[in-house]
Write a protein that binds this ligand. Structure first.
Ligand code: FAD
Length: 393
């Protein structure tokens, strides 16, 4: 620690220099913090990112790596998703991040879901999407089951990365290509620029953005509480590699996602679809389950998810929830294997639908920035550009 030029040992007298070492300190090295680091570094700012963990460990490495446009809430979130997807496209090459597949098949397994798909495809947010007949699965998604399928919405806008390697790769690239400094194993307990107080000493920066993910209580809790967030816990599973010749090739969702994703709210038939789901799948609904399946490079499938809300989510992951998720996957895809080889949970902050993200000014030259829904991977880069523009002009 003594070797670091950016730190003053906390035991030493706290005489702060008048010229801060960094233009911007970012608390949190999840995708939201990294998005802010990217936006600031692109403006030529000297940036330090500070995180309490030794390596990325939060929602940003536990998610699907599914960069979604279709299904995002109309308005700011949809606009952010389109911009953020473009940023992903710009950086995956330079940062050395493989894109594992592109596009999404939203499979309609009921007439109600088909009606939603049709209405969506005809609207503004359906731009570039197409409603296709079941026979088109031969081309777009050969491993889909055909029984009970009414058609599917094909969206070309999405991409899929492996989050557990992509997020560290972005951090490495920010460090090497943009000169961003990372300070890890450092819990931040005070933010009053130019002093950023950490468990490893004082970092000096002219401005700060706090991107704390699900930590609602350490920094500026009163500011965060104004948006009334709680936490959402999700179950995630990995199914065994499906074997030679079995490729997913796109992200997959089905009726449950048409019912759950706010981007379909404008479709008149969504009410009928939700009523059908409530009647036929009460346990699925009670556990907030909808189906997303994405593929990894080794042919294994990441499958999820469920949504359980609590101020402090319990640490338990009952298997009946996992079994429900796997059943929906089996009904949607002609799986070669439904053997679960990995399980984990993740947590993100969640506020009302009216507040899918917010930033606020709890102190001069400081912003608190949070995506308070399950779309930070898809929208974070664009959201961060807005925050940096607000903070830095
Ligand atoms: C299971 C799951 C699946 C999801 N799937 C998707 C998906 O497919 N697509 C999508 O768009 N979104 C998805 N999401 C949502 C997305 O992952 C989140 O919106 C996003 O990762 C939030 O990023 P973050 O940087 O805010 O939080 P995190 O990744 O949790 O990072 C927050 C960081 O802040 C640090 N920190 C907090 N307080 C302090 C402090 N005081 N001092 C030092 N460090 C601090 C923590 O250590 C942590 O590293 C999913 C989320 C989960 C959990």
């Amino acid at each position: 620690m003594g070797a670091s030029p950016i730190l003053k040992a906390s035991a030493m007298p706290a005489a702060l220099p008048s010229d801060p070492s960094f233009d911007l300190a970012i608390v949190g090295a999840g995708i939201i913090g990294l998005g802010h680091a990217l936006a600031a570094a692109r403006r030529g700012l000297r940036v330090v990112v500070i995180d309490r963990d030794a390596q990325a460990n939060g929602a940003s490495v536990r998610n699907f790596g599914f960069i979604t446009v279709t299904g995002q809430q109309a308005g700011a979130m949809w606009q952010r998703a389109r911009r953020a997807r473009d940023v992903w496209d710009e950086i995956v090459g330079p940062a050395g991040i493989p894109v594992i597949h592109r596009g999404t098949a939203l499979i309609a397994r009921s007439d109600e879901a088909l009606a939603v798909a049709r209405e969506f495809a005809q609207g503004e947010m359906g731009e570039g999407c197409a409603l296709l007949p079941p026979s088109a699965l031969d081309d777009k998604l050969p491993v889909a089951r055909r029984d009970g399928v009414r058609g599917f919405l094909w969206s070309p806008h999405e991409l899929r990365v492996e989050p557990r390697t992509a997020v560290p790769a972005i951090a490495r690239w920010l460090e090497t290509a943009h000169g961003v400094t990372f300070l890890r194993n450092a819990a931040v307990h005070g933010v009053a620029p130019p002093a950023i107080e950490t468990s490893r000493g004082t970092v000096r920066a002219a401005r700060a953005v706090v991107c704390p993910g699900p930590d609602l209580v350490t920094l500026f809790p009163e500011t965060i509480a104004k948006y009334r967030p709680t936490l959402c816990k999700l179950h995630m599973l990995r199914l065994a590699p499906q074997g030679p010749g079995w490729r997913l090739g796109a992200s997959v969702m089905m009726d449950l996602s048409f019912g759950r994703y706010l981007g379909f709210d404008g479709c008149p038939s969504v009410a009928a679809l939700r009523a059908r789901i409530a009647e036929r799948e009460p346990e699925t609904l009670a556990n907030g389950i909808h189906l997303i399946v994405v593929e990894s490079a080794d042919g294994s499938l990441v499958v999820g998810d469920s949504h359980h809300y609590a101020a402090t989510p319990d640490p338990f992951a009952p298997t009946h929830v996992d079994e429900l998720i796997v059943r929906h996957a089996r009904e949607t895809l002609a799986l070669a294997s439904d053997q679960v080889i990995e399980r984990w949970t993740g947590v993100y902050p969640s506020a009302d639908n009216d507040t899918p993200a917010f930033f606020d000014t709890p102190a001069p030259d400081v912003r608190v920035a949070m995506v308070t829904c399950g779309a930070g991977m898809s929208t974070g880069f664009a959201f961060a550009e807005e925050v940096i523009a607000d903070l830095c002009g």
